[in-house]
Design a binder for this molecule. Sequence first.
Ligand code: XUL
Length: 525
Amino acid sequence: MRLYLGLDCSTQSLTAMAIAIDGGRREVVWERSLEFDRDLPDYRTRHGVLPSADPLIAVSPPLMWAEALDAVLADLATSGLDLTRLTAIAGSAQQHGSVYLNQSSTACLATLDPARPLADQLRRIFTRETAPIWMDASTSAECAEIAAAVGGAARLAGITGSRAFERFTGPQIRRVAKQHPDAYAATTRIDLVSSFMASLLAGRHAPLDPGDASGMNLMDLHTRCWSREALDATAPDLEPKLPPIAPATTVIGALSPYWQTRHRLPPAALVVWTGDNPSSLAGTGIVEEGQVAVSLGTSDTIFGLMHTPHVDPGGAGHVFGAPTGDYMGLTCLRNGSLARERIRDAHGLDWRGFSRALETTSPGQDGALMLPWFEPEITPTVNAPAVHRRNLDAGAPHANVRALVEAQMMALANHSRWMGIDVRTIHATGGASANRAILRVMADVFGADVFQCQVGNAACLGAALRAWHADAAARGSTRPWSAIVAGLAEPIAASRIQPDGDAVRIYAALRAEYARFEADVLSRR
Ligand code: XUL
């Protein structure tokens, strides 16, 4: 029997999951989640983000992620699992966030004192104490500058898989270089959240995988190397500050002596980390073209596998590297779970009341529509947040719940058409995928069968499966991805929600109406 550990450092929490693989048996044997706001209150985050008066700014403290890692691995040490069996560890993290480290970070990582907490020892390694994260929308000027320098949005998308997006790391780095030139000059390593966490475990600077590196507007999607053009358009002397890019199966070393002594963990193989969406692709069992998953988390995302990359001509979507070595198409809505919470709280409901609202209202509600841009939106780009309603009374609790969920599903469906996938089945994951009333709206809007997954946290499961896959590959096994995901990252057959014919017809018309409403409001801004 071998144990594999997956970690996921998301916006609001750090989760760890151990899976046991024993011949044909595969099982989740341990899971622990630490919520940043609740469990590390000293960092004063709200939903994992530091409060900001400017709605376009979103930053988090990297020290908080480090402290969370120390706490979760302390729990693993006392889990009762036979940790001599722990063979490999991989992880995933919220995409795009950037951590700025100085020269002292190299020695610091290599000489951590196991007698002392991790976070205490890292205080001096940052050139910026905060990390801009994926919710940041403050870099429109830098996006325009980078696009202009490479010859336009379409050209940048052709090289990197996406036009310039505010939250992507390249524009974020450009902003730091412009606004804080001294800090930028003193920065010797710019990590993504994924490579930062992997570096803490490895005791030395870790590489990036192509899945996460493709969320930066800096990687050439076709060669999986840094693009000279994109680097030059972004900031001076950038390449030496970036981690190398390594294939998703790379074993980057062993768990460092710090963790072995501090939490009595074995020298397990450490696999390069990736972004939460590429990891969720594995964790929802999407290993063939044509399959699609929807993740309902802090962000709502829809993604599918692509053998050959084709970028969104409309500029809304992204192409990232996939853990299988292929590509993945992805569309991301920022107003996901926090928007659902906003509507729930505004109308004094709990989640049960939220579900009841969906169950007691009818599809389409005679043309009631909402554009739920509570916060700046990614798809479509909306930097000045505002909620727009049509044929909808803002004070009607049930109608607003339905209009919100319908808006989220219609936006996901409309803005993912570019992937060219005839969506027949959807694997649903993320916290809100437990809510079958929400999944009923998803099935009807997409006209597709929706399945719940056996393991709720697909990003974390995907990380554990990546650990297994890379370890198997390192041992010379050619186990295909379809065999890795079988049995754990599979949809539950009995959870199927079939679309209702009448509702599908209503939504076919309403989706067109929604697109017109969205275009109309955007044209008036
Ligand atoms: C994807 C994106 C979000 C974050 C959330 O491009 O920005 O899904 O990865 O953690």
